[in-house]
Design a protein around this ligand. Structure first.
Ligand SMILES: [Zn+2]
Length: 250
C-alpha cells in the first residue's frame, strides 16, 4: 500500500509546471478586506511575479470604456453592489482563461487576488490549472478582525495605479499623493464604517465556503498577515520562496 502511495505522490509532483526545470506557481490569496492581499501581491518582485486582481482589472476596463467595462458598469449601477458575481460566469471564465494563458507564457509566477469567489469558480480554476499543468496554492491571509477594521478605516487608494496606502501603517511620502504616479489618493467608496459590517458579513458568506473547500482538499495554507506591513511583505516573499524550494524536495 505504501508503495502505491509513493508512486502516486511522485506522479503528482511531476505534474505541476509544464516547463522543464521551472515550475510555475499560481497562488490565490484569500482573506477579508483589509487583510493586505492587494499590498502583498504588489510587494512581490515584478520580474518573477504577476499580480492579478480581478477587481482592479475590471475597474481598468471601466475606465478605458471597453465593451466589458461598460457591461460591468451597467450591472454595478443597476444593482448597486460591486461584485464579480454580477458578470455572467461564461464571460468571467473566458477572461480568466485568456489571462492565465497569457501570464503562463511569461513563465512568471502568478498571484491572484479576488478570484475565485465561489465554489464553482474554484472548481473551474482547478480544471484550468490542471489543463495548463500548473500548481495552484490557495493561501489564506489570516488577520485578526480588530486589526482588519483599523486597517480599512485608514485606507487610501490610488485611482490611477491602484496602489494601496494606510495612513497609520503605510502612509504615502506626501500627504494624499501617490508615490508612484502623483495622483491624488482617495478613500475607496466601499470603505466607510457603515459599509464595513455589511462587507465583513458578505465576505463571511464568500470566504467560509472557499476556505472549507480548500481545507477539505487538504491544500489550504495559512499565512499570518497581522504584522506591520513591511514585515509582512518580506515574510510573504520568503514564504513563497520556501514553497517554491520545497517543490523540488518532494
Ligand atoms: Zn498611483
Amino acid at each position: 500500500m505504501k508503495f502505491i502511495w509513493t508512486i502516486a505522490l511522485s506522479f503528482f509532483t511531476v505534474l505541476p509546471g509544464s516547463y522543464a526545470g521551472e515550475s510555475i506557481q499560481v497562488v490565490t490569496l484569500l482573506g477579508y478586506p483589509g487583510s493586505g492581499k492587494g499590498t502583498l501581491a504588489q510587494s512581490l518582485d515584478p520580474d518573477r511575479y504577476i499580480a492579478f486582481s480581478f477587481g482592479d482589472f475590471l475597474r481598468g476596463e471601466v475606465d478605458k470604456q471597453t465593451k466589458l467595462g461598460n457591461t460591468y458598469k451597467d450591472e454595478v449601477e443597476m444593482k448597486g453592489v460591486q461584485k464579480i458575481t454580477l458578470l455572467p460566469e461564461d464571460l468571467v471564465r473566458e477572461i480568466f482563461t485568456t489571462k492565465i494563458k497569457e501570464f503562463i507564457q511569461t513563465k512568471k509566477h502568478i498571484v491572484l487576488d479576488g478570484y475565485p469567489k465561489t465554489i464553482e469558480q474554484a472548481i473551474f480554476l482547478d480544471t484550468l490549472m490542471a489543463h495548463e499543468g500548473v500548481q495552484l496554492i490557495p493561501i489564506y491571509v489570516k488577520v485578526d478582525k480588530t486589526i482588519l477594521l483599523d486597517r480599512i478605516l485608514n485606507r487610501l487608494v490610488c485611482p490611477k495605479c491602484s496602489k494601496v496606502y494606510n495612513l497609520k501603517y503605510n502612509p504615502p511620502n506626501q500627504r494624499n499623493i501617490c508615490d508612484n504616479c502623483s495622483e491624488k489618493l482617495r478613500v475607496r467608496g466601499t470603505d466607510s464604517e457603515d459599509n464595513l459590517e455589511i462587507r465583513i458579513r458578505f465576505f463571511d458568506e464568500i470566504l467560509e465556503p472557499l476556505l472549507s473547500f480548500y481545507q477539505r482538499g487538504d491544500r489550504l495554507v495559512e499565512f499570518d498577515g497581522s504584522l506591520p506591513i513591511t514585515e509582512t511583505c518580506s515574510k510573504f516573499q520568503q514564504y513563497l520562496d520556501n514553497i517554491e524550494g520545497s517543490d523540488d524536495l518532494l
